[in-house]
Ligand binder design. Structure first.
Ligand SMILES: NC(=O)c1ccc[n+]([C@@H]2O[C@H](COP(=O)([O-])OP(=O)(O)OC[C@H]3O[C@@H](n4cnc5c(N)ncnc54)[C@H](OP(=O)(O)O)[C@@H]3O)[C@@H](O)[C@H]2O)c1
Length: 467
């Protein structure tokens, strides 16, 4: 095993920081699947963190060899509170995969070190304030230094990003979407449980929601895309979706914030962002990709197949929302996670069986116009124009936190390694803008995350007909 005191530094394709964490060790397991296989660009990687023996244990676990020595993956020591150790990581890799959360507490020095060194950075953050703060603090420098910084390369927010794009692409001229609404349902025949790290990030996010609002107010307004038709009507807070058999509730989520940043970038750059050294063929491909991706109003709702499940979401939301704002409340929430989250979060995280049995479905209901120009010219005023067409698509995959997230993070990393010339030179960007025009969707499909068209309907004189 190589130690970080090696005098002649070796360059690794990637370094996984926070590899000893609950999610980090699943990311290591996913990386081992692609390490050194003939067609994989991942020829070398190292793990990093602050505790050597925990990292050794994580490697053993990831290699599924509890009683053998860990696989010969180098272990590097780094602490997010020690900038020199982060600079050392950046000098030894092209790409850091950051799994150290909550990101609001630990992420800034890692992004800063990467941007300074011109090293690429991906993470699994689901905290809008951190992502937007990094964008405001480091975007220009990251562009200049050629450092690509992409947060939310996990369940937050790639299924939502690729999911709305996939739905949007089903609308072929003269059909256009007006709204794409996502309905998320988590499923398991065991308990649905997530690790404390995600819960802590959510509690701190709620506690600091004022800072997010303040940050947004302090910045120029983002450009908004031109979307055909009026703003969609607000539905009721809780509704029953007969189509999917789900009770659903509107959810303030990282996904909505990330998708709206992608839409704002697209409004400014309708052909997307050019790759740093892309070929003419790639330029054509990118332009075609974005010209067939139409913007739409996006929202996300959380669903459960029974009202009791929805009641549990509400209890969790109210507990975090109410208690998360005071220090005593936060102390209670963070010390008794299972109690306040009705068993959904625990300090020891889900068992392997619980991870194995969990899955998610995300339905995307696109509503729009089968032929916008005909519809607008046949009725009075466009304010009351109701969409007449609907396309439903679905993204489906294994456990969101510990299977889907590592799959997505690794596939994004492999794209950065193999297709760097086709990606923007640098900047703090969303996964949709960076990976939308690549083959990320096809890669996810090969790795167990599916994208399907479920139905297409239009209002016709016989009621609702296929279109
Ligand atoms: N996007 C998604 O869908 C998704 C899915 C899963 C998780 N996440 C996010 O990922 C983050 C981690 O979650 P988790 O459940 O894996 O948490 P966790 O088990 O607590 O892991 C945290 C990791 O960070 C490391 N760490 C903490 N402080 C550090 C420091 N000062 N320097 C270096 N390393 C440090 C820990 O190292 P030690 O082992 O030494 O303590 C550990 O490896 C959370 O923010 C969570 O929200 C997102």
């Amino acid at each position: 095993m190589e130690s970080d005191s090696n005098p002649s530094p070796v360059l690794y394709d990637i370094i996984i920081l926070g590899a000893s964490g609950f999610t980090g060790k699943y990311v290591v397991r996913e990386a081992l699947k692609f390490h050194n296989s003939p067609s994989s660009p991942l020829k070398s990687f190292a793990v990093a963190g602050r505790n050597h023996s925990k990292l050794t244990q994580a490697l053993k676990w990831a290699a599924a060899e509890p009683n053998s020595p860990p696989p010969s993956i180098p272990i590097l020591t780094a602490d997010t509170a020690d900038p020199a150790s982060l600079r050392m990581l950046c000098s030894r890799t092209r790409l850091i995969l950051n799994c150290v959360g909550p990101f609001r507490l630990h992420g800034d020095p890692v992004v800063s070190a990467c941007v300074e060194a011109g090293c690429d950075y991906l993470d699994i953050c689901g905290e809008p304030e951190f992502m937007e703060r990094m964008e405001y603090s480091y975007h220009d420098q990251a562009v200049e230094n050629g450092s690509l910084v992409v947060s939310a390369c996990g369940f937050d927010s790639v299924p939502a990003e690729l999911g709305w794009m996939f739905n949007s692409k089903q609308w072929v001229y003269p059909a256009v979407p007006n709204q794409i609404e996502a309905y998320l349902s988590l499923e398991s025949d065991k308990n649905i449980v997530a690790n404390f790290g995600t819960y802590e990030s959510a509690v701190l996010g709620v506690a600091n929601v004022d800072k997010l609002m303040e940050l947004r107010r302090s910045r120029p307004r983002r450009s908004k895309p031109k979307i055909p038709g009026p703003y969609p009507r607000k539905g009721t807070t809780i509704e029953y979706q007969k189509e999917f058999g789900l009770w659903v509730l509107k959810l303030p989520s990282a996904d909505t914030a990330v998708v709206s940043r992608t839409l704002a970038t697209l409004t400014k750059h309708p052909q997307g962002l050019p790759g740093v050294k892309e070929s003419d063929k790639q330029t054509e491909k990118r332009k075609k990709f974005w010209s067939t991706t139409k913007p739409a109003y996006f929202g996300l709702k959380l669903g459960s197949n029974c009202l009791w499940g929805l009641f549990q979401f509400i209890t969790l939301g109210v507990s975090i929302g109410y208690l998360g704002r005071s220090s005593i409340g936060r102390w209670l929430l963070l010390n008794f996670p299972s109690f306040f989250s009705v068993g959904w979060f625990s300090k020891k995280g889900p068992s392997e069986d619980e991870v194995e049995s969990a899955s998610f479905k995300m339905w995307f209901v696109g509503r729009g116009y089968s032929d916008l120009s005909r519809r607008m010219s046949t009725e009075d005023g466009d304010k009351k124009q109701e969409p007449d067409a609907e396309i439903i698509t679905r993204v489906m995959g294994p456990d969101p936190g510990y299977s889907t997230t590592p799959i997505i993070l690794l596939q994004c990393a492999l794209i950065v390694l193999a297709q760097r010339n086709n990606l923007p030179k640098g900047g703090v960007l969303t996964p949709g803008i960076v990976f939308g025009p690549t083959n990320l969707r096809e890669r996810l499909e090969h790795n167990g995350i599916s994208f399907d068209v479920i139905s297409r309907r239009v209002v016709c004189k016989f009621g609702r007909c296929p279109f």
